[in-house]
Design a protein around this ligand. Structure first.
Ligand code: SAH
Length: 461
């Protein structure tokens, strides 16, 4: 993060604005809204700015900038047409540790103005760290459309009720859950519809009900998909954002973990092939223990929790301990990686069925009856198959699949670094040895792999 987003209290504070043209006027408007006392230094100023200054008890000094203008100032905005003056203001302000903004010169700024969605007291600020103000504005427009104008009133209402709720529900986690239910439920609807008295009665009722019942924790077993955060479901994101604690493993990408609340506790429980950081029985028990403390616990798993995910084992213990839970399906690696590699897993001409197979093999692959993989009209997808690739290729050929059967290995599917390596049952082992891919990788075997060349659409694959 290049800039720390913060909200400044400027009521009554003196802010210096150097320059009084159109851009300066725009900044002044914002500063007035925040209650700042604006002092403008500029030989000439916009008539609109002059009127606004009178209205908001600001002042204008019709002259050029001098260093003493910085005395007793909380914040400076430089908006003159003269680059040299802007630069001087920036340097002198920095020397005095006064936050400075120079319009259109991010390199001279110690703070920048974000794009704003104003539903006061609710304010949403968006920044592209000075890279693309247009992108930030486009995003703002989307958020404007998404956030009802009445949300400001809702925030105001919540603010008025805050102390009362705090008295009734002193501990933090249940109180947050209560607020979420209030805001997303009937009370929220009533406020948005302008029926605030009724909303207050309803909130009081819910408060009494809540205080009467004890709070139990809950566990959400969530499939996070194969890596690209956009492939998460709405439900997954919603529940993740309600979590107090998040347990995640190696397959869950960083941007997904960042979707959790900032103050949610994050616990890494590992799971590379050779690094079983936390053994499975301990993970199962941890879920139970955390839920028993009354927290909302999210167990984030790569792909789908019920496909080679041991999700079943984790919720068995929850069930035994009477802990409420939900399971959210996710896009499994086979679907995600195949789509992003342009390999349809079934196809009228090439494959009438598809099978997901574990490639985590004992010596020689003795756990599979390989003869069941003989059919040329079936696509095979091997999970966890990188180390076992030589055995997979060899066994499939000895069970009767042609050495020319196409094979694809997809490294880090759906992520920016996705790579697709293509070969045949006969050649794949050598190719992969040369290319040296890194986990996670998925292996697809069957004629559908030929389509990759024509249908690849994502990244450089
Ligand atoms: N529950 C997961 C699978 C867990 S097993 C799911 O439904 O996808 C772990 C294996 O999944 C890895 O060894 C790899 O074969 C596969 N995998 C997971 N994410 C992947 C990705 N982004 N690209 C390629 N393979 C992936």
């Amino acid at each position: 993060m290049e800039y720390l987003p913060i909200f400044l209290q400027l009521r009554g504070a003196k802010v210096l604005l150097v320059g009084g043209g159109t851009v300066g006027t725009r900044k002044a408007r914002l500063l007035f809204k925040a209650g700042a006392i604006v002092s403008v230094v500029a030989p000439q100023i916009n008539p609109e700015l002059e009127t606004a200054l009178q209205e908001h008890k600001g002042q204008w000094q019709a002259r050029s900038y001098t260093q003493t203008d910085l005395d007793d100032v909380t914040l400076v905005v430089a908006a003159t047409p003269d680059a040299a003056i802007n630069k001087r203001i920036s340097e002198q302000a920095k020397k005095r540790s006064i936050p400075v903004n120079v319009v259109d010169s991010p390199q001279l700024c110690t703070f920048i103005f974000p794009s704003i969605v104003d539903r006061s007291p609710l304010v949403i600020a968006i920044s592209s760290s000075g890279r693309s103000p247009v992108l930030a504005r486009l995003l703002r427009r989307k958020i404007e459309a998404m956030v009802p104008a009445a949300y400001g009133r809702l925030a105001e209402f919540a603010g008025r009720m805050r102390d009362r709720v705090k008295q009734h529900i002193p501990s933090e986690s249940p109180r947050r859950i209560f607020w979420e239910q209030v805001i997303e439920g009937r009370v929220g609807e009533m406020v948005l519809a302008g029926r605030e008295e009724q909303a207050e009665k309803q909130l009081q009722q819910q408060l009494s009900d809540t205080a009467a019942s004890a709070h139990h924790g809950e566990v959400y077993l969530i499939g996070a998909g194969p890596g690209d955060p956009d492939l998460m479901t709405f439900k997954a994101v919603r529940l993740l954002q309600s979590a107090d604690v998040v347990l995640y493993d190696r397959l869950v990408s960083q941007p997904i973990i960042e979707l959790a609340r900032r103050d949610a506790q994050r616990i890494y429980v590992g799971k590379a092939r050779a690094d079983h950081s936390v053994p499975q029985p301990e993970i199962n028990q941890l879920l139970v223990d955390l839920a028993l403390t009354g927290q909302r616990v999210v167990r984030l798993k790569g792909g789908d929790p019920f496909i080679f995910g041991r999700g079943g084992e984790e919720i068995e213990l929850l069930e035994k301990n009477n802990i409420p839970f939900q399971v959210v399906p996710g896009i499994t690696a086979a679907s995600g990686a195949a789509c992003y590699a342009g390999i349809p897993l079934t196809h009228r001409d090439y494959a009438q069925s598809v099978r997901f197979v574990t490639g985590h093999l004992k010596a020689g692959g003795s756990e599979h009856d390989w003869s069941q993989f003989r059919s040329t009209s079936e696509t095979l997808v091997f999970y966890m198959g990188l180390a076992g690739l030589p055995v997979i290729c060899e066994q499939l050929q000895s069970c009767g699949r042609s050495p020319d059967t196409p094979v694809a290995l997809i490294e880090r599917g759906t992520l920016q670094e996705q790579r697709v390596i293509v070969g045949t049952l006969a050649t794949m082992v050598d190719i992969v040895r040369r290319e040296n891919p890194r986990a996670p990788t998925l292996i697809i075997v069957g004629d559908v792999v030929q389509l990759h060349e024509k249908l690849a659409w994502f990244g450089n694959s």
